[in-house]
Design a protein around this ligand. Structure first.
Ligand SMILES: [Zn+2]
Length: 169
């Protein structure tokens, strides 16, 4: 488990900052846009990483009390850095905005690997993450394929853990 100070260091090393969504004009504008397409919880439920800023929703009082979400968002900070100005259009639109949004699935699966690695039951988490991606990320990729990838990843992780345990004295 990551301690709070380790998490602080990781955020600082990533050059990232945490900020409340409600205090950002950009996030308020995005909220308005999302409401137009029927998503009313952008501001109060979802964390959003924009560049190196990790915005936390209005339902969160202390963002540092959510270390696993911060770890997930740090993956997105690194992706924004790696992809530069291409990150946002790729994440939102390519090759399609929904159904076959391979880039979104690709970026999210890299971030959800972190969630999977910390899950007490990775096999169960794999199915839950596939469902969450399907429902909350505008159907980025066919759900059975997402589930299959995540389940395979979970079993590889479980195998790696066992191997490490077997090797340790
Ligand atoms: Zn994510």
């Amino acid at each position: 488990m990551t301690s709070l100070s380790q998490l602080n260091v990781r955020v600082a090393q990533a050059g990232a900052t945490l900020a409340p969504k409600a205090g950002s004009v950009l996030m308020l504008r995005l909220d308005r846009a999302f409401r137009c397409i029927g998503q009313a919880h952008f501001l109060d439920r979802f964390w959003t990483t924009w560049g190196s800023t990790i915005y936390y929703p209005t339902s969160v009082e202390d963002p540092w009390a959510h270390p696993s979400i911060i770890a997930h968002e740090l993956v997105h900070v690194a992706q924004w850095r790696r992809w530069g100005p291409l990150f946002l259009p790729a994440y939102a639109l390519l090759p399609l905005p929904a159904g076959l949004a391979y880039c979104r699935w690709h970026f999210e699966r890299e971030a959800y690997r972190v969630d999977l690695a910390h899950a007490p039951d990775p096999a169960l988490a794999a199915t839950q993450i596939a469902d969450k991606l399907w429902r909350e990320y505008a159907y980025p990729w066919p759900r059975p394929l997402m589930r299959r990838w995540l389940v395979r990843e979970a079993s590889t992780m479980a195998h790696a853990h066992t191997t490490v345990r077997e090797k340790s004295p």
